[in-house]
Design a protein around this ligand. Structure first.
Ligand code: MRU
Length: 383
């Protein structure tokens, strides 16, 4: 079974899977410039915190590899890279991976210039490209480690075993499609499954953009993981009526930004699931690579939440289903699901207070709260 790949890169070529067409059509778009990378991210043809950052930094890498550099000095080259990265940073505001990757690469080219006093503009470009490639490669290792760490923690804390497998619920899409591969929260689910301790995975539809039904359901089916799709509003009833029989032990979600006190911005609807998990005595686990941690922001109330277009709530787009029940991917229709004159509030993310989070799983280990209910993320961030 081929692994799903949202981002394909080889030197000078970046291809990004158009996630708006999934799961019905598999089409990769060439991304040759920063403008194309920006548009791909803004239009959500690629989405998910790690994937956004990878497409941004590799978009610039490809542009630098395939266009004539105008800068004639090292200083001008660095200024040019800064300016292109600053532009890309504006594509989506909430996921901190984008800002963190940009800070990292800006630092890397400066360090290269300082280290080699005889560096030329092309050496700075080469250092940038190598840094961007390394950023993508490291993400896969990160996800595999998150998967293992999270699965080990759930075996310990929730008693998951082959004799007593657990079920989990996840929200939005945090899998191969949101990362360079494997996934974060979905990576934990994959690791539970491969170690034989997963009974069942439930995924939410994730209104209004349906990342859960369009993407996570597809990934779960593709991986052969026993799974069931529910709408967001069914989670409470699921926990209340089937929680015991299914042994639902955890809600596992990803993160767009985990701030210093552990408050976590993630896809709208995450906060509601955390409240429900607390009420039903189900563990609430955030899976976050260190690139999603923002220690410069103290509390969740300071996170900028992206507001998106009202049409995402009042319309749906997808291929039509014929009278024979078959999906015809050649005919895509946009359908109104509400009176188009209604006012709409459409925040793309919400903030789950750290009080409701049991564990933050990173590639460097699992962080839990101390006796006073505080997360200390500084150790994993600098590990
Ligand atoms: O709006 P999206 O689809 O980019 O939102 C994605 C999420 O909220 C994910 O849970 C988060 O980015 C983590 S992806 C590993």
């Amino acid at each position: 079974m081929a692994t799903l790949q949202a981002i394909k890169y080889s030197p000078g070529k970046l291809e990004v899977l158009d996630q708006l067409r999934l799961p019905h059509v598999f089409r990769y778009d060439d991304v040759k410039t920063c403008e194309e990378a920006f548009d791909c991210i803004r239009s959500m043809r690629v989405r998910g915190a790690p994937a956004i950052a990878i497409v941004a930094v590799l978009g610039l890498a490809v542009e630098l590899q395939t266009t004539q550099l105008q800068a004639s000095t090292v200083e001008d080259t660095i200024a040019h890279i800064d300016q292109r990265l600053d532009y890309l940073k504006e594509s989506r505001p909430t996921a901190v991976d984008l800002a963190n990757s940009i800070t990292l690469l800006k630092g890397l080219v400066r360090a290269h210039a300082q280290k080699s006093s005889d560096a030329e503009p092309r050496d700075i470009v080469a250092a940038y490209v190598a840094g961007a490639e390394e950023y993508m490669n490291r993400d896969l290792q990160t996800n595999l480690a998150i998967g293992d760490n999270g699965a080990a923690w759930l075996r310990d804390v929730a008693g998951a075993s082959a004799d007593k497998p657990i079920s989990v619920l996840t929200h939005c899409n945090t899998g191969s499609l949101a990362t360079s591969g494997h996934g974060t929260a979905l990576g934990i689910i994959r690791s539970l499954q491969s170690s034989g301790v997963l009974r069942h995975a439930f995924c939410t539809e994730t209104r209004p953009y349906n990342q859960g039904s369009r993407l996570t359901a597809f990934e779960l089916v593709h991986e052969g993981i026993p799974a069931t799709l529910v709408t967001d509003s069914m989670a409470a009833a699921l926990f209340a009526t089937r929680g015991k029989e299914e042994n639902i032990a955890a809600v596992i979600v990803g993160a767009d930004r985990v701030v210093a006190n552990g408050d976590t911005a993630n896809k709208i609807g995450t906060y509601a699931l955390a409240v429900l998990a607390k009420y039903h005595g189900i563990k609430f686990v955030v899976a976050a690579p260190r690139t999603s941690i923002d220690l410069l922001t103290a509390e969740g109330k300071d996170i900028t939440i992206e507001q998106r277009k009202g049409e995402e709530v009042t319309q749906v787009t997808g291929p039509v289903v014929g009278s024979d029940g078959k999906v015809d991917e050649r005919i895509v229709a946009r359908v109104a699901t509400a009176d188009q004159r209604i006012g709409v509030w459409n925040p793309a993310f919400d903030v789950t207070p750290h009080e409701l989070i049991d564990a933050i799983v990173t590639e460097a280990g699992v962080v839990v709260k101390d006796g006073e209910g505080r997360f200390d993320l500084s150790k994993v961030k600098s590990a």
